[in-house]
Design a protein around this ligand. Structure first.
Ligand code: NAD
Length: 303
């Protein structure tokens, strides 16, 4: 059975994939595929995203993975970048099944050279870059100073600070810097980045993470001013508590407290955020620029 005839496979099941150093690539056509999505390929896309080239960082898990699949449903071509290649075969297969084309590449967003080469490879393959989703992010929590009786029991180390700032803030800077020249050459584009509700509210034990996400809001507003004249729209999304591994790792007590602080009374799903990215990248959001869109069930209201 050819890959185009297969349904998404289990995480560890091996898939035949085109062998390329550092990259797992695939292509499909409506004629060659009998998936439900093949029919959709024949109908004009309302979002205007069919055939658009979309880079998603941290696409291997959680919100990034869900976002890759939503863009695939719109018929987009997905450059899925992640530091880990664990999810590659399964994600490529799932993107194809949903109606997209996929190119999975191991990219560490903290490595400027690697990011430049990966952006170049996308342009060599698909001739352009239309959308960048800066999604890759990590948490490494610690209190600034944990006080115990007469002295500090522990502090947030420089290593913890640097690791989170490197991925969440510098990674967004490096990736956007690598991609924007290609968008300018192509006549425009959309840059979307993952901020967080905690950038607005602050959060206990997250000095590094909150600083990185607040920085993303600042960069978004700066780039909106700098890049609007090139028809590049720049926006950020500020998710609340979203049910990914990042949140699932928390104790039930903490999770219950989060839900209690959320007026809609539930945590969000990765698809809640993915839908927002798709809308922001679509023609329907063509006048949205320099905005920070909360996707948080109302938690930002501060209940
Ligand atoms: P996740 O941990 O489930 O997935 C993150 C992905 O990023 C992983 O696949 C990981 O391998 C990849 N990654 C990590 N470091 C990388 C690097 N240096 N280069 C490339 N890829 C790297 O996270 P998630 O919960 O899906 O969160 C996605 C984004 O949304 C993050 O930026 C996060 O800060 C933000 N966010 C999440 C929540 C939430 O509640 N889950 C809330 C607000 C904001």
């Amino acid at each position: 059975m050819s890959q185009s005839e297969t349904a998404p496979v289990a995480e560890n099941e091996s898939q035949p994939v085109e062998a390329q150093p550092n990259s797992v690539a695939s292509s499909r056509s409506a004629e060659a595929n009998d998936s439900p999505a093949a029919v959709e390929q024949l109908i004009p896309s309302r979002s205007g995203l069919r055939g658009k080239v979309v880079i998603i960082t941290g696409a291997g898990a959680g919100i990034g993975r869900a976002t890759a699949l939503r863009f695939a449903e719109e018929g987009a071509r997905i450059a899925a970048w992640d530091i880990s290649d664990k999810a590659a075969p399964q994600l490529v297969s799932a993107i194809q099944w949903a109606g997209g084309e996929a190119d999975y590449r191991t990219v560490n967003v903290t490595d400027g050279g690697e990011v430049e080469l990966a952006a170049q490879a996308v342009v060599e393959r698909w001739k352009r870059i239309d959308v960048l989703i800066n999604n890759a992010g990590i948490v490494r929590d610690a209190q600034l100073v944990k006080w115990n009786g007469g002295g500090p029991e522990s502090v947030m180390s420089e290593e913890l600070w640097d690791s989170v700032i490197d991925v969440n803030l510098k990674g967004v800077f490096l990736t956007t810097r690598a991609v924007v020249p290609h968008m300018i050459k192509g006549g425009g584009g959309v840059v979307l980045s993952a901020a967080s509700v905690v950038a607005i509210l602050g959060n206990f034990g997250q000095t590094n993470y909150v600083a990185s996400k607040a920085g993303i809001i600042g960069m978004t507003r700066t780039w909106a001013r700098e890049l609007g004249k090139y028809k590049i729209r720049v926006n950020a999304v500020a998710p609340g508590f979203i049910a990914t591994d990042m949140v699932r790792a928390m104790p039930e007590r903490v999770l219950r407290a989060m839900v209690a602080r959320t007026p809609l009374g539930r945590v969000g799903t990765p698809e809640d955020v993915a839908n927002t990215y798709v809308w922001l990248a679509s023609d329907q959001a063509s006048f949205i620029h320099g905005a920070v869109i909360s996707v948080d069930g109302g938690v930002v209201l501060g209940t």
